[in-house]
Design a protein. Structure first.
Length: 114
């Protein structure tokens, strides 16, 4: 199983980024997928979750109204659209396929700074 995140980078406050998580080696449409993030010196925390066919979507409070999680099972990919980014959104963003077992990607850095 391999999960590859992409789309991170440097963006100014108020800007947008779209992250992707491409999966291979598993029946992707069977699994719920989450985005997590970990800022320097802090614990990894949940950002958003989408169920296997997208019927259930949940967000952390800080993500509501600004972030949108979606998936394309035909492409085995989950997305995280992030709008109105703030400096406190700076972190490494990870996707996780909910098992068991759980599978994690390697992460993509998002930096929000002027």
């Amino acid at each position: 199983v391999q999960l590859v995140e992409s789309g991170g980078g440097l963006v100014q406050p108020g800007g947008s980024l779209s992250l992707s998580c491409a999966a291979s080696g598993l029946s992707f449409s069977w699994y719920g997928v989450s985005w997590y993030r970990q800022a320097l010196g802090k614990e990894r925390g949940l950002v958003a979750f989408i169920s296997s066919i997208g019927g259930v979507i949940t967000y952390a409070d800080f993500a509501k109204g600004r972030f949108t999680i979606s998936r394309d099972n035909a492409k085995s990919t989950v997305y995280l659209q992030m709008n109105n980014l703030k400096p406190e959104d700076t972190a490494v963003y990870y996707c996780k396929v909910r098992g068991p077992p759980d599978y994690w990607g390697q992460g993509t850095q998002v930096t929000v700074s002027s």
